[in-house]
Design a protein around this ligand. Sequence first.
Ligand code: 5RP
Length: 232
Amino acid sequence: MTDRNVSAEKPEKRSAGIAAARLVRSGMVVGLGTGSTVAYTIKELGRQVREEGLNILGVVTSYQSEMLAIESGIPLTTLAQHQELDLAIDGADQVDVKMYAIKGGGAAHTREKIVSVSAKHFVVVADDSKMSKELDREVPVEVLPFAKELVVKKIRELGGKPELRMASRKDGPVITDNGNFVLDVAFGVIEDPAALSLQLSAIPGVVEHGIFSNVDEVYIGKTDGSVEIIKK
Ligand code: 5RP
């Protein structure tokens, strides 16, 4: 997992991340997302496991969240052992008023989508800056390296401007936890996220894109320390 949004410490992220941990009850199997906001949720759940006897199993979405969950003391399981999760909690790069989200700033959106769609309830934790009337951020698209040129061509035909995500000029492209590349695609304002989502999924070689349509609830951390909860 390589995070292009190396975000500074933000108390808003902390309050959103910790507030969402209150949704977790003993006995649950919980999807653990990736990024700096949900890291607060993972650390808080770990504290409750260690200090309060919270009895949960986590399913991770990246090597980053796996390392943090292990370090925090959360016992882990897999989708092979638990196909249906009670809850998944994760961050987002942008959320619109209809609760469509763009994810993948940390290049983990493929596993994040699989885990969140496996959950009965999907909660996003985010600071206020992520909320937007419409989606207009670049959409991360994980692609098979073998298919990069074809995917670039097809995305251009859809009106997108794809850029290969680079780790650095010296290190070359970002490689996902699944061994693939990521294209960051500018579409301007995305008028119809559901339609774009179908068009991107139909391109051969696209492993997964970062438009999420399955968010049930958003915990929004505000600068005044409060957390607003919006539900679908
Ligand atoms: C990783 C993600 C992250 O959840 C998203 O980038 C938000 O990260 P952060 O909470 O650090 O702002 O989608 O692929």
